[in-house]
Ligand binder design. Structure first.
Ligand code: NAD
Length: 498
């Protein structure tokens, strides 16, 4: 076993040289080995980093759009060139397959490409001659320092949802990545340096609750973008807002796929398997519940079983379809849900625990399928965040819709049908932020915005797209008067509306 690598903060353009009072271990989930020792920041260190970012934000906020865009284009090119290197690190710390790691970087890169259009996106409005010799217009200005707190499941994509938008709009960033797979953000931060971003505009602090709470309490941090589980999202939102910040806190999910009797069942089964088991179910847009209408439920389950049995599980670098879970603790939690499902009387059609031990010392669970799950079972109510797919049989479209709308989460959902009228009704009636029609995972493109409803999002602004521009800027409305030289003199009264 090789010596674990030290992973530390990246402040300004340099690695931190202090000695951490607290550290945590980083694992390779495919082998179970400890591969890294991560420095955890104290509240004092976070305050120091924010103070540096605050200084850097002053000049960066004044930097021309032309220069900002050149840096964004350079960063985009470096990201493209180093994708493989970053993806290998993601697979080694998160466990997802190498192809999936490449794909998440590519989705993040799309946000960089969107942010390259920032001169157009930052154009305010202009109304000439709202009254005689008076014009009105708006300008969008940066906030200063923004804090970003990201989850383990997309160690590159989620940071890339926010950092390019924050930097393009003229802010300085302090990001705290997940302590489970922290290295990808360090590599990405280094690319910003190479791209020419001035020192202090992009900073990485590693840590846990202490670092997060320090960001939430620091008055120089004007906005927080958080992604993670619902209880922590609620905490971050409440504490951040109480401290006067704007906060977008994206939380957990329990995504349903509704399959109507007229659906293409092969397409639906393909989608259920890829969206249920891709990245071992550790995606906030994973499908975890298939709502199968009774008349097609047997056929659909048969098709899902056929496809699931072809999936291979193993090391994400080894060409398998699915990798391990992120930690031993998370594996135990997911396996606990499988036991609870069995005890509650759900039909365990495929038991992913079987054969998992033979895959080595990593944190493996193979794809698991339940049928005849009912809404009071914990496999239905709770976010499992693992490769466990549950089929719930429903009588009709209305029964399926009711279940989705009654659910506490509202991140993503999808319907499979060949009836355009039913699909149109669904997108209108469903109480969920991101909706798919005959697609497995309806993740919005970078030029739309990403965000759920209900307990899947605290705050009102979604990530990237035009909502991202608004989140990271403050609007100023200006009314100006320049007198025409032919005007007779000063008018001290209110402008007349003529
Ligand atoms: P998590 O909530 O455990 O951690 C998220 C971040 O919060 C991490 O940086 C972590 O260090 C920090 N954190 C953890 N405990 C904290 C505490 N007590 N106080 C302050 N900060 C704390 O989430 P996770 O396990 O890393 O990620 C998985 C979760 O994220 C799932 O619930 C998933 O649905 C959700 N997620 C949601 C979206 C979305 O867009 N809605 C996207 C990705 C992931």
């Amino acid at each position: 076993m090789s010596t674990p690598t030290r992973i530390t903060h990246l402040i300004g353009h340099a690695s931190w040289e202090g000695e951490a009072a607290r550290t945590s271990e980083v694992f390779n989930p495919a082998t179970g080995e400890v591969t890294g020792t991560l420095d955890l920041a104290s509240a004092e260190l976070v305050d120091e980093v924010v103070a540096g970012a605050h200084e850097a934000s002053k000049a960066w906020g004044q930097t021309s759009l032309a220069r900002r865009v050149r840096i964004l284009f350079a960063f985009r090119q470096l990201l493209e060139e180093r994708k493989g290197e970053i993806a290998r690190v993601i697979t080694a710390e998160h466990g997802k397959t190498y192809d999936d790691a490449v794909a998440e970087i590519s989705r993040g890169q799309e946000v960089v490409e969107f942010a390259c259009g920032i001169p157009h996106l930052l154009k305010g409005g202009f109304s000439e001659n709202v009254s005689t010799s008076i014009d009105a217009y708006s300008i969008l200005q940066p906030l200063g320092v923004v804090g970003i707190i990201s989850p383990f499941n997309f160690p590159a994509m989620v940071p890339l949802w926010f950092v390019p938008m924050a930097v393009a709009t003229g802010n300085a960033v302090v990001i705290k990545p997940s302590e489970k797979d922290p290295t990808a953000v360090n590599l990405i931060a280094d690319l910003w340096r190479e791209a020419g971003l001035p020192e202090g505009v992009m900073n990485v602090v590693h840590g846990d609750k202490e670092a997060v709470d320090a960001l939430l309490d620091n008055s120089h941090v004007k906005a927080i973008s958080f992604v993670g589980s619902t209880p922590i999202a609620r905490h971050v939102y409440e504490r951040g807002v109480a401290n006067g910040k704007r906060v977008q806190a994206l939380g957990g999910a329990k995504n349903h796929m509704l399959v109507l009797p007229d659906a293409d069942l092969d397409l639906a089964a393909d989608a259920a398997v890829s969206a249920g088991y891709g990245a071992a179910g550790e995606r906030c847009m994973a499908i975890s519940i298939v709502l199968a209408t009774e008349s097609i439920a047997d056929d659909l389950v048969t098709k899902i079983v056929e496809r699931t049995r072809t999936l291979s599980t193993g090391d994400g670098m080894g060409g398998s379809d699915m990798g391990p879970l992120v930690t031993k603790q998370h594996l135990a939690k997911v396996t606990g849900y499988v036991e609870e499902g069995v005890a509650a009387g759900a039909e365990l059609v495929i038991d992913g625990r079987e054969g998992a031990d033979e895959l080595g010392s990593g944190f493996f669970l193979q794809p698991t399928l339940f049928d005849r799950v009912t809404p009071e079972m914990s496999v239905y109510t709770d976010e499992i965040f693992g490769p466990v797919l549950s089929v719930v049989r429903v009588g009709s479209y209305d029964d399926g819709l009711q279940l989705i709308n009654d659910n506490e989460f509202g991140n993503g959902t999808t319907i499979f049908t060949n009836d355009g009228g039913a699909a149109r009704r669904f997108q209108h009636e469903v109480q969920v932020g991101m909706v798919g029609i005959n697609v497995p995972i309806p993740t919005p493109m970078s030029y739309y915005s990403f965000g759920g409803w209900k307990n899947s999002l605290f705050g009102d602004t979604h990530a990237h797209g035009i909502e991202g521009v608004h989140f990271f800027t403050r609007t100023k409305a200006v009314t100006q008067r320049w007198l025409d030289p032919s005007h007779g003199g000063l008018n001290l009264g209110f402008p007349e509306n003529d």
